[in-house]
Design a protein around this ligand. Structure first.
Ligand code: ADP
Ligand code: MG
Length: 257
C-alpha cells in the first residue's frame, strides 16, 4: 500500500481556501476540547483527521457546521463566517454535508425520500426534479434498487451509502465524515470507502475522521493528527504513517497499526 495521490503537507497546497478555522477555542465546562485550532481546507482537498478517542475530532466536525458553538475564534465557509443562528445559518449548513457514524437516516421515510427531503424543503427544488436527481445519486452509490424501501430494510453499508447520497443531494461545498465506517460490520467497510474514494477523485472537498489508513493513503491530500484538543501534527499521508514526528502521533500509531 504505497500508492498515494497526496501532495506534500502543510497548507492547502496552492488551493483556494474553502473552510478556514482561525484560533478556534471550545470548552465543555472545564474541558478545553478545542485549543487554538488553526486549519485551512482547500477547495477539492481531502483532509483525514485522526487521533485518539476524546481528542476532539467530532467536536471539530460539529463546530464546522455549527452543531456546536465555539467560545472564540472564527470559522468561515467559502469566505462567509458561520452566523450564530437564523436563515444565514440554515443556508450555510446546507453547504456543509455531514455523514455520521450512525447513518442518522429518517426511519419513517423511504430511501428516496431521505434523499429528496433536503433539496425540496431547504433548496426548494421541485419534487419531480428532486426525485430524478435523487435516483441518479442513489445509482451513483449503488443503492438505486432500494429506493422504495425503508432504512431498516437495508444493510449498514447500504444505509451509509444512502447517507452519502443524501449529503450529495444538497450540492454541498464540503462534506464532513465522522467515522463513517466505525459502526459497520467489517465486510461492509469497503463498499462505503469505495464510494468515498470516488468522491475524492471527483474533486469533492472532504474532511474525514477515520482510522482507515487505506483510505487515507488512497484519497487524502493531508492527514491532521489531533490529541487532547490540539492539532499536533499535519502532513501528507505517506509521511504521517511512515515517519510521524511527534511522540503522541508515534504512540497513537503504534497502538492502531
Ligand atoms: P473524539 O471525536 O475525538 O473522540 P469528541 O470531540 O467526541 O472526541 O470529544 C472530545 C471530548 O469532549 C471528550 O472528552 C468528550 O467526552 C467531551 N465531550 C464531547 N461532547 C461533549 C458534550 N456535549 N458535553 C460535555 N463533554 C463533551
Ligand atoms: Mg468522535
Amino acid at each position: 500500500m504505497t500508492e498515494s495521490t497526496g501532495e506534500s503537507g502543510g497548507a492547502p497546497g496552492g488551493r483556494e481556501p474553502l473552510v478556514v478555522l482561525t484560533d478556534v477555542e471550545k470548552y465543555f465546562g472545564d474541558l478545553h476540547v478545542l485549543q487554538k485550532i488553526n486549519l485551512s481546507i482547500g477547495r477539492g482537498e481531502v483532509v483525514v483527521v485522526i487521533g485518539p478517542s476524546g481528542s476532539g475530532k467530532s467536536t471539530l466536525c460539529r463546530a464546522i457546521n455549527r452543531l456546536e458553538t465555539i467560545e472564540s475564534g472564527t470559522i468561515t465557509i467559502d469566505g462567509v463566517p458561520l452566523p450564530e443562528e437564523g436563515k444565514g445559518l440554515a443556508r450555510l449548513r446546507a453547504d456543509v454535508g455531514m455523514v455520521f457514524q450512525q447513518f442518522n437516516l429518517f426511519a419513517h421515510k423511504t430511501i428516496l425520500e431521505n434523499v429528496t427531503l433536503g433539496p425540496t424543503k431547504v433548496r426548494k427544488v421541485p419534487a419531480a426534479e428532486a426525485r430524478q436527481r435523487g435516483m441518479e445519486l442513489l445509482k451513483r452509490v449503488g443503492v438505486d434498487s432500494q429506493a422504495e424501501k425503508f432504512p431498516a430494510q437495508l444493510s449498514g453499508g447500504q444505509q451509509q451509502r444512502v447517507a452519502i447520497a443524501r449529503a450529495l443531494a444538497m450540492n454541498p461545498k464540503v462534506i464532513l465524515f465522522d467515522e463513517p465506517t466505525s459502526a459497520l460490520d467489517p465486510e461492509m467497510v469497503n463498499e462505503v470507502l469505495d464510494v468515498m474514494v470516488d468522491l475524492a477523485r471527483q474533486g469533492m472537498t472532504m474532511v474525514v475522521v477515520t482510522h482507515e489508513m487505506g483510505f487515507a493513503r488512497k484519497a487524502a491530500n493531508r492527514v491532521v493528527f489531533m490529541s487532547d484538543g490540539q492539532i499536533v501534527e499535519e502532513s501528507d499521508p505517506d509521511t504521517f504513517f511512515t515517519n510521524p514526528t511527534s511522540d503522541r502521533a508515534r504512540d497513537f500509531l503504534s497502538k492502531i497499526l
